[in-house]
Design a protein around this ligand. Structure first.
Ligand code: CA
Length: 424
């Protein structure tokens, strides 16, 4: 077991032993207070621990990490240092926050400078995303979509059970939780229309996903095996892959998603390290067909992460519309990374790979409105009496995720985004 994951650990931070951010989690993010420059922090309880302050006072000296890494406005410089450094840093922070360690606990001056209320800080995009890839790794989601749009008898295309299908997405429009999302305009064509028209998307949707963030990987031309993959994955975030279904339906043939996806994707601000998720590994679905050797893995590679989606109408209360779990994914993050690099494609620090919509086996576990309301044929009833087939202007979509075992909850917090009317 990784020492910092010990369920017996307790922190001296008063409210750190309940909620999403106990001492066993220690997720990394980028925050600012007032007019100060954004810098790196770690969530503990309802607080943010300021890593730049710790470094300035010599509390991280043994790690030999340059000050600029903590003063940076993104986590990319830390990502470049590699897994042994990430792991040592998380362990050092765990030690400093341990109830038995008086170094920071009893130094009220540094403590006051280093701990901020989360409610008093602004969270920023934690990472400069160089490249973003979106996979399509939930069998239930791929089956649902294939059933709706193609052929129920052959819902999965022939390649799906043999490789983790994915496409290269747009990195520049990935935004941090809280950023409003404007309804996109685009070209759509109704089935019975002679020609396409232009206007606001009428079928705006969310996709419940998770994404992993990488370190530098190997040089161009080399591949990363499934066994090596975890050494190159820093951590994970919640990911809402906003989707305009009417634009998507018209544009996606033959090269796949483009403007229906590239207008925005939202992520949660705290990156939960892969190390912190290790205790929640579990068995994933059994492969239905034999898979090629480069995609084979040993041991439990799924991760048990509870996921929920809520819709909050303008001025109303949030209403849960989906409960799913990351463990349903047919292809693991190790298989995704091995497949991504098997042709010699290199990774860079801060690359992001999203999972694809995480749908479970039951209708209440589907990870998009397209599936929950089954292409508009089964509208969801909202507590205020309204119906939802897709997302309306003024709606806020909220996703939350957490793992729980042995009395320890490792949470992701949330990703939220409010939909603004299209600008014409
Ligand atoms: Ca997607």
């Amino acid at each position: 077991m990784i020492k910092a994951n010990d369920p017996a650990l307790r922190s001296w931070v008063s409210d750190a032993n309940k909620g999403d951010f106990p001492i066993q989690n220690l997720p990394f993010g980028v925050f600012s207070v007032g007019d100060a420059r954004p810098r790196l922090g770690v969530a503990i309880g309802s607080k943010v621990l300021d890593l730049q302050v710790l470094h300035t006072h010599g509390l991280l000296a043994e790690l030999n990490i340059e000050q600029g890494v903590f003063a940076s406005q993104s986590i990319n410089e830390l990502l470049q240092l590699g897994k042994p450094v990430w792991r040592a840093l998380r362990q050092r922070i765990s030690d400093l926050l341990n109830a038995d360690n008086d170094q920071l606990r009893d130094n009220s001056s540094i403590r006051g400078e280093a701990l901020h209320e989360q409610s008093a800080v602004t969270m920023h995009m934690p990472v400069r995303v160089g490249d973003y890839t979106d996979f399509y790794s939930s069998r239930e989601h791929a089956t649902n979509v294939g059933t709706m749009f193609r052929d129920p008898a052959n819902a999965l295309l022939p390649n799906w059970l043999h490789l983790p299908v994915g496409y290269h997405g747009r990195a520049s429009s990935i935004v941090v939780s809280g950023t409003p999302v404007r309804r996109p305009c685009g070209q759509t064509k109704a089935d019975d229309a002679a020609a396409p028209g232009f206007g606001p998307s009428r079928l705006l949707d969310f996709e419940l996903e998770m994404a992993f963030i990488t370190g530098d990987g190997k040089p161009l031309g080399e591949r990363i095996s499934t066994a090596e993959a975890d050494d190159h994955i820093f951590g994970m975030v919640l990911f809402n892959d906003w989707s305009a279904r009417d634009i998507q339906k018209w544009e996606y043939v033959p090269l796949g998603p483009f403007l229906a996806k590239s207008f925005a994707s939202s992520i949660s601000p705290w990156i939960v390290t892969l190390d912190a998720l290790e205790p929640f590994r579990t068995a994933g679905p059994e492969p239905e067909l034999p898979i090629l050797p480069y995609l084979q893995t040993e041991g439990d590679k799924a991760i048990d992460i509870n996921l929920e989606v809520f819709i909050q109408p303008e001025g109303g209360a949030e209403h849960r519309v989906c409960r799913s779990n990351f463990r349903h994914m047919y292809w693991s993050i190790e298989q995704q990374l091995a497949h991504h690099t098997v042709n010699g494609c290199n990774l860079r620090s801060g690359d992001m790979c999203a999972s694809g919509t995480i749908s479970g086996p039951t209708p209440d576990s589907y990870g998009s409105m397209l599936e929950l309301a089954w292409k508009g044929s089964k509208p969801l009833q909202m507590p205020d009496g309204s119906e939802r087939k897709f997302i309306l202007d003024g709606d806020t979509v909220i996703m939350r995720g957490w793992s729980e075992k042995d009395g320890v909850r490792v949470g992701f917090g949330e990703v939220r985004g409010k939909v603004l009317p299209a600008s014409l």
